[in-house]
Design a protein around this ligand. Structure first.
Ligand SMILES: [Zn+2]
Ligand SMILES: [Zn+2]
Length: 692
């Protein structure tokens, strides 16, 4: 029997049905689904894992934070520990009768490691079986059949690069997190997490926030005109200088403007609006932001679409279609639906299809493209939105540029020059099928040189420069890629980690005071941890393992010596670090302004001396005795938000493995239904389930 091991159960099921046709028998081994079937070359079984089934961790004797110096963790032994015990048991059981193992996990660093771990476990029960590897980028009949006709071996270098990543993240994360938490007395739920990728990413968010906070707006003035042609067409123009930094100068010009103007020049240009490059992971996440999805949401939906065979593998850096993809065939397939018939027709009517190409080319996976046609009614609404986006992006990359006409007219009014800009799409190609391309036509009338115009209105506008905006999740992922932080497989998860750790809130992500304090302090005392350089250097070494230039041991060792240098500095300046961070944490304890009439105090999170329970109290105590109880479990993050029902302050409660819970501190809030009112007692949170 040949045992196929896939990354997830849903992929296992699909692979079985593709290879077997109809004759799949489903059974359960220790509660885990196993799919069996026969083919001409023998019996097969397929089992699905749940991603990683092992994790790395330190042996038990390192578990006590108070007995082990954080720096001891750097050289401590690392063990592999089962995290999916049921699946491991089932895997070992079915492995007993196999004479061949076929790894069919996702083809990348993480997938190779998952496959390698599974092979190690399976071989414990059966060392005679041969091991093989199939690689594919889409779970469709065509790709799976092709993969099984070109069966190969597992790529140890790729798996070891994944293992190095696991080791390094554990060593850095555990050492730095313990050091920071102990130095600042932030323990248990409140621990201060520091990591190799998450901390430089947080630094990007914090730096932008500080830029926004310290921004001083510069005032400026704009002189604007409303104009009319002889035939009554109206339009607007602004003074050629655009921004006046002195009010008097703008006002002087404004005053002397009369009610007649002359067109002194018209320039028309036709501009190509090029279609976008094929989708890779980062570009997909950016576009997902436009649909209102956070980075993790986009990737989770995309992964689901991939497992079901609707789109190709969504973790890819590639932006160039390989020649093995039949672009025409996919377009024809899409054209079979009413929804996409017209756009597919337009692609196929071209004499030659020239797809766009982006800057990055890799050979592991193609860019993300639709692999089969699915009806809207078969998908959930969010899944459909993302699928439709992938289809439209694919079609767009195969269509010619659109053409836009831009017109710039110069108008002379009493010796002052004004400009009016118009633009409109004169040839709408890919742009008419891709609603995510934002353009608004601005019409100005057909103007001729020396044409006379009447001035129907003038305006002196007061304006000021604006601070830069916060990074959206999509922008942040793009920035991480640019700086070499994380990989296509991990970037989107980092943002979620920062939310769960109480470092960022809201969307677009905004740092908490604690985050600002941690980053400011690290920049001052250990710049290396908050800057992207060291992390991107390590990512480069890990790529070196894949290409065989470095070994896993060498790279992990290099990372150890980097961390040792950092720890020397941190240990030396421990006290200053502690004081600064604790100040930031204190500021995070402000929930909002006191709600009692005439009280000017702040509501803050306090801990009762006797019961050790946390609650909200007014800092004008004892004059003001306003208090509110709080849930005792979970990390509490203060917000600037007010309840939309009663305008009392809102807080966020973050429990591991659950969605953050937004809570109004007012027990009698009209927005709360009965079961939510008693959060203060044993229950912890209203969504408590039996597990915790
Ligand atoms: Zn008060
Ligand atoms: Zn309320």
């Amino acid at each position: 029997m040949k045992l196929i091991i896939s990354e997830k159960e849903i992929a296992a099921k699909r692979i079985a049905s593709i290879l077997a046709g109809n004759g799949v028998k489903d059974e359960k081994v220790y509660g885990v689904p196993v799919h069996s079937f026969k083919r001409a070359d023998g019996d097969y079984k397929v089992i699905g894992l749940k991603g990683h089934i092992l994790k790395v961790d330190y042996p038990g004797e390192y578990a006590n934070w108070f007995k082990v110096e954080p720096t001891e963790l750097i050289d401590a032994k690392i063990e592999k520990i089962p995290i999916q015990k049921k699946i491991i048991r089932a895997l070992k059981k079915v492995a007993e009768e196999a004479d061949e193992f076929i790894i069919a996990t996702d083809y990348d660093r993480e997938g190779e490691l998952i496959g390698y771990d599974a092979l190690q476990l399976a071989s414990e029960k059966n060392s005679r079986a041969e091991s093989k590897r199939v690689k594919f980028s889409a779970i469709t009949a065509r790709d799976i059949d092709e993969a099984f006709s070109k069966i190969g071996k597992i790529d140890l270098n790729l798996a070891f690069a994944g293992r190095a990543r696991q080791d390094i993240d554990l060593i850095w994360g555990a050492t730095l997190t313990r050091f920071m938490s102990l130095a600042t007395y932030q323990l248990r739920d409140k621990f201060l997490s520091v990591g190799r990728v998450q901390t430089p990413t947080l630094a990007i968010i914090v730096e932008r926030e500080l830029e926004i906070k310290s921004f001083i707006p510069t005032p400026y003035w704009v002189v604007k005109l409303s104009l009319k042609t002889g035939s009554g067409e109206e339009f607007e123009a602004i003074h050629k200088k655009k921004r006046f930094l002195k009010n008097e100068e703008a006002a002087g010009i404004y005053k002397k403007l009369g009610d007649r103007g002359t067109v002194s020049g018209v320039v028309e240009r036709i501009k190509d609006v090029k279609p976008p490059p094929p989708f890779n992971t980062t570009a997909l996440i950016m576009s997902g932001s436009v649909l209102g999805f956070g980075a993790s949401r986009t990737i989770n939906i995309a992964e689901n679409l991939y497992m079901n065979g609707y789109i190709s593998y969504p973790r890819t850096d590639n932006t160039v279609y390989p020649s093995s993809i039949d672009l025409k065939e996919i377009t024809s397939m899409l054209g079979k639906s009413d929804q996409y018939r017209k756009m597919a027709g337009e692609v196929l009517s071209q004499e030659k299809i020239t797809p766009t190409r982006g800057r990055k080319k890799t050979t592991d996976h193609p860019p993300i493209y639709p692999t089969s046609l699915v009806e809207k009614s078969r998908l959930k609404s969010d899944e459909w939105k993302l699928y439709d986006l992938v289809v439209r992006r694919f079609i767009s990359t195969l269509l010619p540029s659109s053409k836009m006409k831009s017109i710039t007219a110069t108008i002379n009014v009493d010796g002052e020059l004004f400009t009016a800009n118009g633009s409109n799409m004169v040839e709408d190609n890919w742009t008419k099928f891709y609603p995510y391309y934002k353009h608004k036509d601005v019409y100005i009338p057909d103007l001729k040189e020396k044409q006379e115009l009447s001035v129907t209105g003038k305006e002196l506008q007061d304006k000021e420069t604006k601070p830069p905006g916060r990074y959206t999740q999509g922008k942040l992922v793009e920035k991480m890629e640019e700086l070499g932080l994380g990989t296509k497989a991990t970037r989107h998860t980092i943002i979620q980690v920062l939310v769960n750790r109480g470092y960022v809130k809201n969307n677009p992500p905004q740092p908490t005071e604690k985050a600002i304090a941690v980053i400011k302090m690290l920049k001052k005392h250990a710049e290396k941890i908050s800057s992207p350089d060291m992390t991107s250097e390590l990512e480069m070494y890990m790529d070196g393992i894949v290409s065989g230039e470095e070994t896993r041991e060498e790279v992990v060792e290099k990372s150890r010596s980097m961390l040792k240098e950092v720890m020397v500095v941190l240990n030396k300046e421990k006290e200053e670090i502690s004081a600064e961070v604790r100040k930031g944490i204190k500021e995070d304890q402000v929930v909002g302004k006191c709600v009692r009439e005439n009280c000017k105090g702040d509501l803050i999170v306090r801990v009762a001396r006797a019961s050790k329970k946390r609650f909200v109290g007014c800092n004008a105590y004892p004059e003001c005795k306003q208090t509110f109880s709080l849930p005792q479990k979970g990390l509490l993050v203060t917000t600037e938000d007010q309840c939309k029902h009663c305008e009392y302050p809102m807080v966020k409660i973050i429990n591991k493995g659950r969605r953050p819970w937004d809570l109004c501190v007012n027990h009698d809030c009209p927005g709360k239904d009965e079961k939510y009112k008693n959060f203060g007692n044993k229950q912890g949170s209203p969504k408590t389930n039996s597990k915790s």
